[in-house]
Design a protein around this ligand. Structure first.
Ligand code: ATP
Length: 450
């Protein structure tokens, strides 16, 4: 499946064909227009990652189209194709906002380079945009809290069920605040082995232990001037809770093996899906640290309490999946209804997973209720996968690759099973799978299920 989509605007059939063929070999889908009117129409209808336009078109000028894209789709990189030696118009196009140009006759190696750069820009920009989608009173309240908290330096503790958007909220607090130009460093406290925690957080000096062949910065140094987001903070072992408390109180750290304290200016945001106050009450989490990190609590409500947002979120997620696959997806009205009746124990992350699975399995571009597979609890993993092997001829030819993919699929399916059975409670799912919570987090990350 192509990962990107290009818009080609040229009235010469030979050039259109040459460009489309070259891009197709780069696994890029193309739409072509022979004039500006058609090009504008296509731009309105589809999501593109790069645009190549000729300068002289039957109904206008390529530079006007560059201007149009700048206004309507400022994220879309556009390059112009100019006549050989016509530097004047190439410069004009760059001034109008084109990111580059190619001259005719088109040198294919130059074209490929240019398109690769454009795609990198385009896909990176896509990833960099964070937005809290939703129009319900609950999410509006979260949005207005985010705006207020972004103006403050206070530590914020973000609570809420798994997959509600706690990390997204933390990123937004950072991005909308004075530290936006500095790093945002997310740390999954559940994924760091306890014995490595101190060196991961505070770094070490060369020679401080076997294997410390050079100085290494820790997460606090990496987040200097910015924000350190401590996700799953309830997973911190007691010994580390003491050290963290000290770092927050003193605003300084001591790397392993260092003689001196090091001042670090870092804003601390933290989160967990576990009831932290309860863990404090039964002695599993230090009360003094709780008071430090929980100066302000921001609660992100579960998706079932803002079901009006489901349709908006689904459209947003489908648009993102479309950008990645070059296809456009729509939900049938029955599918919309099914989604809005569902309780989403795994919250927005579960909605993302459901839609990703549906778009991958759905043959047409209209996703119907059945494609969502909401009623279906996956069957016993072994049998389900064994059936799939028989159905799929390519598995009979076991290359290393197929076997790996097969095993990864089984692992994914088993974990998804456990998560669905435990209504997305990761602690319970880990117990069911007979592995530690930490090991589950590690696997989720490795398999891209986070
Ligand atoms: N309101 C929203 N608008 C757009 N995307 C959202 C929204 N809420 C959550 N998401 C998306 O859902 C996914 C899960 O969100 P996130 O990782 O922030 O949840 P979380 O509460 O931190 O989960 P966990 O407790 O498991 O760490 C992410 O891809 C995030 O971008």
């Amino acid at each position: 499946m192509a990962i990107a989509r290009a818009l080609i605007v040229d009235d010469e059939p030979d050039i259109r064909e040459l460009l489309a063929m070259t891009l197709a070999r780069m696994d890029i889908d193309c739409d072509s227009a022979t004039n500006l009117e058609d090009a504008r129409e296509l731009l309105n209808r589809s999501t593109f990652h790069v645009c190549l336009t000729d300068m002289r078109l039957p109904d206008g000028n390529g530079i006007d189209f560059v201007g149009h894209i700048q206004k309507e789709r400022p994220q879309l990189p556009v390059a112009v194709i100019t006549a050989h030696g016509n530097m004047e118009s190439a410069i004009q196009a760059l001034k109008a906002g084109a990111f580059d140009f190619v001259t005719k006759p088109v040198d294919l190696a130059v074209l490929r380079n240019l398109v690769e750069t454009a795609l990198k820009l385009s896909l990176e920009q896509h990833e960099a945009r964070h937005e809290l989608i939703g129009d319900s009173p609950a999410i509006r309240e979260v949005r207005s809290m985010v705006a207020k908290l972004a103006r403050s330096e206070a530590p914020v503790y973000i609570s809420g069920e798994s997959g509600t958007g706690k990390e997204l909220v933390a990123r937004l607090i950072h991005e909308q605040g004075a530290r936006a130009e500095q790093p945002f460093v997310p740390v999954n406290c559940g994924a760091i082995p306890p014995e490595l925690m101190e060196s991961e957080f505070f770094g070490y000096k060369k020679g401080s232990f076997t294997g410390a062949t050079s100085d290494k910065d820790g997460l606090f140094q990496a987040a200097r001037g910015g924000t350190l987001f401590l996700d799953e903070i309830a997973e911190l072992p007691q010994s580390m809770q003491v050290k963290l408390l000290r770092a927050i109180q003193e605003k300084s750290i001591r790397p392993i093996g260092a003689n001196e304290e090091l001042a670090v200016d870092v804003r601390i945001l933290s989160a967990t899906h576990q009831p932290l106050a309860g863990l404090v009450a039964n002695g599993q989490f230090r009360q003094d640290l709780f008071y430090r990190i929980n100066v302000i609590e921001l609660y992100v409500p579960p998706l079932r309490e803002r079901s009006d947002d489901i349709a908006l979120l689904a459209d947003h997620i489908l648009a993102r999946l479309a950008a990645g696959s070059g296809r456009q997806f729509k939900l049938s009205s029955a599918a919309r209804q099914t989604l809005s009746n569902y309780s989403f124990p795994g919250n927005v992350r579960e909605l993302e997973n459901i839609l990703e699975r549906a778009t991958a399995l759905c043959d047409s571009d209209v996703i119907d209720a059945a494609d969502l597979r909401l009623q279906q609890i996956p069957a016993g993993t072994g049998q389900a996968d064994a059936d799939r092997v028989e159905d799929n001829g390519s598995f009979t030819d076991y290359g290393d690759q197929s076997l790996d993919t097969y095993l990864v699929d089984i692992e994914k399916q088993t974990i998804m099973d456990a998560l669905e059975k435990t209504r997305w409670n990761k602690t319970a799912a880990a117990k069911l799978l007979g592995i530690s919570f930490r090991a589950l987090r590690y696997r989720l990350e490795k398999l891209g299920l986070e």
